[in-house]
Design a binder for this molecule. Structure first.
Ligand SMILES: Cc1cc2nc3c(=O)[nH]c(=O)nc-3n(C[C@H](O)[C@H](O)[C@H](O)COP(=O)(O)O)c2cc1C
Length: 216
């Protein structure tokens, strides 16, 4: 994908990143097509991931019925966003992404992007890390991958002319099962409400770089 060919509504990086704020009330009559959401996701999955495992999974709640399901797993303080957003996208981490890991590298070898020897080296180096990993390692990796792609999606929402709010205030144990996903395999990372804002943003305060940084 050549990003420069993208027809984004906003392609101004500093505006997209530095003027991003969480919005929590959206115009209810705005629809975002599944095609545009797919485009945003295609752009978002350019995110990096540990060993290129791409341990993410998306559940797009873009119909009244699906949004009702999203509402049912949320903590009440997130109802305004969920109920007014054009769409709510849940990002889950896939703790079993290594089961299909070979597919990606087989494809790269078939495409001639890497040699068969290089592919086998990847299998030997990385797969054992995951095949012998404990649950917390797999959850951590899946959460990191999911967070990377979530951040991209937050920025892409702006690039497409929308605003967004990340939300992890949901009943964690209800999320996967509500969306008919295997809750052993998929763990919620965050959900993103996207739409056209119907409020002024409140600029949030940050600690200074000095407070949060050690130059060693
Ligand atoms: C992991 C995570 C979980 C969050 N969960 C919620 C949430 O459940 N509800 C909400 O209104 N905002 C949520 N937020 C948004 C934060 O409150 C917000 O990013 C922070 O206050 C900074 O404000 P800003 O996004 O406008 O810069 C979450 C943000 C992150 C990164």
């Amino acid at each position: 994908m050549d990003a420069t060919k993208k027809n984004l509504v906003n392609n101004d990086f500093s505006d997209i990143m530095l003027n991003r704020h969480s919005y929590r009330k959206f115009k209810k009559d705005v629809k975002i097509s599944n095609e545009e959401i797919s485009e945003m996701l295609e752009e978002a999955i350019s995110a990096p991931s540990a060993c290129n495992l791409q341990s993410w999974h998306f559940v797009v709640c873009n119909t009244p019925e699906a949004k009702e399901k999203a509402h049912s797993v949320m903590m009440p303080f997130n109802y305004p966003q969920v109920d007014s957003a054009s769409t709510v996208i849940f990002i889950l981490g896939d703790t079993q992404s290594h089961y299909k890991y070979r597919d990606v590298w087989n494809k790269a070898a078939e495409n001639g992007q890497i040699t068969v020897e290089e592919r086998d080296k990847v299998f030997k180096t990385f797969l054992p890390l995951y095949e012998h990993a404990d649950r917390s390692f797999l959850e951590k990796d899946a959460t990191l991958d999911g967070s990377m792609v979530a951040m991209q999606l937050l920025l892409l929402a702006r690039a497409h002319g929308y605003e967004a709010n990340p939300m992890s205030g949901y009943f964690f144990d209800k999320v996967a099962s509500t969306f008919d996903l295997d809750s052993d395999r998929f763990i919620p990372v965050t959900a993103i409400a996207i739409g056209k804002p119907d409020e002024e943003y409140t600029k949030s305060v940050r600690y200074s770089v000095k407070e949060v940084t050690d130059f060693i």
